[in-house]
Design a protein around this ligand. Structure first.
Ligand SMILES: Nc1ccn([C@@H]2O[C@H](COP(=O)(O)OP(=O)(O)OP(=O)(O)O)[C@@H](O)[C@H]2O)c(=O)n1
Ligand SMILES: C[C@](O)(CO)[C@H](O)COP(=O)(O)O
Length: 239
């Protein structure tokens, strides 16, 4: 009899946000991109990735049923646990963490549908080698620090600045401890690495891609359409 070993790595896909900056009536993760909800494109990346053994989708309480229906309708083959999220992204990730059992966990934004399988693999492998890893790209613009009156206060050296993306990969035990410590301290971070950094755990940056955009504001929908068309044309990662 063939015994299956427990999977090493799972992913928490967070999609419980309201999309305030997008400003659409429909939450941005459910807007249609090439005839499919954006969240379905994102789930497909992890569905076809051979290393991913568990998928937890965190969404709004009112959206759990329709997400389950889309998972069936669009033929996501792996089992996806769909659970309700919290008020902040951080709370949604924490709920996901309580519902995943793999020793290594990737956290990914539901609104980053263009991450490639190769980037997922690189991020995970770097985490296993270094303890924790996040995808990122070097910033292309000059970045200035500006005070409340709109005056420039500093120009940090661009060579040390990276724009952070997801997935972010951690040992489940480290991420759980980081979240619980942050909750106790009343600390809210905009990504998971910030919470892990607070514990003094080194986080390795893995080069992501400029196409791995987070769909945040209306013009991102235009960029998303262009990226999707390009990927389809090139036959990349089957969009
Ligand atoms: N309480 C929240 C807030 C955000 N997210 C998810 O975290 C990801 C990145 O967040 P962001 O782009 O900021 O999404 P929103 O919070 O929806 O956007 P906004 O800040 O404009 O309201 C998204 O996939 C979003 O659905 C979540 O699961 N739970
Ligand atoms: C996690 C993240 O996508 C990394 O870029 C980002 O920090 C999410 O932040 P947001 O404030 O929810 O857009």
């Amino acid at each position: 009899m063939k015994t299956e070993s427990a999977p090493e790595v799972g992913v928490i896909v967070v999609a419980a946000g309201r999309g305030t900056r997008m400003g659409t009536k429909e939450s941005k993760q459910f807007l249609s991109l090439k005839g499919k909800p954006i969240i379905v494109h994102t789930l497909e990346v992890f569905d076809r990735h051979p290393l991913i053994g568990e998928i937890v989708l965190v969404t709004g309480e009112q959206d759990v049923d329709r997400c389950r229906a889309w998972i069936a309708e669009y033929g996501i083959a792996k089992q996806v646990k769909v659970i309700p999220g919290g008020a902040e992204r951080q709370h949604s990730v924490y709920r996901g963490l309580l519902n995943i059992g793999t020793p290594w966990v990737l956290v990914h934004d539901g609104v980053r549908p263009f991450v490639t399988s190769g980037q997922v693999t690189s991020c995970y492998e770097a985490a296993v080698e270094h303890g924790a890893s996040i995808l990122a790209v070097p910033v292309k613009d000059t970045v200035k620090q500006v005070d409340g009156q709109g005056r420039v206060t500093a120009t940090p050296d661009r060579r040390s600045l990276w724009a952070i993306q997801t997935p972010q990969a951690f040992r489940r035990s480290d991420l759980l401890r980081a979240h619980e410590d942050a909750e106790t301290a009343g600390f809210i971070g905009t990504d998971d690495a910030m919470l892990v950094e607070r514990l003094g755990i080194p986080v390795k940056v893995t080069e992501g891609g400029y196409s791995n955009i987070k769909i945040t504001t209306p013009e991102d929908l235009d960029f998303a359409e262009i990226i999707a068309n390009k990927k389809e044309y090139r036959g990349e990662d089957k969009l």
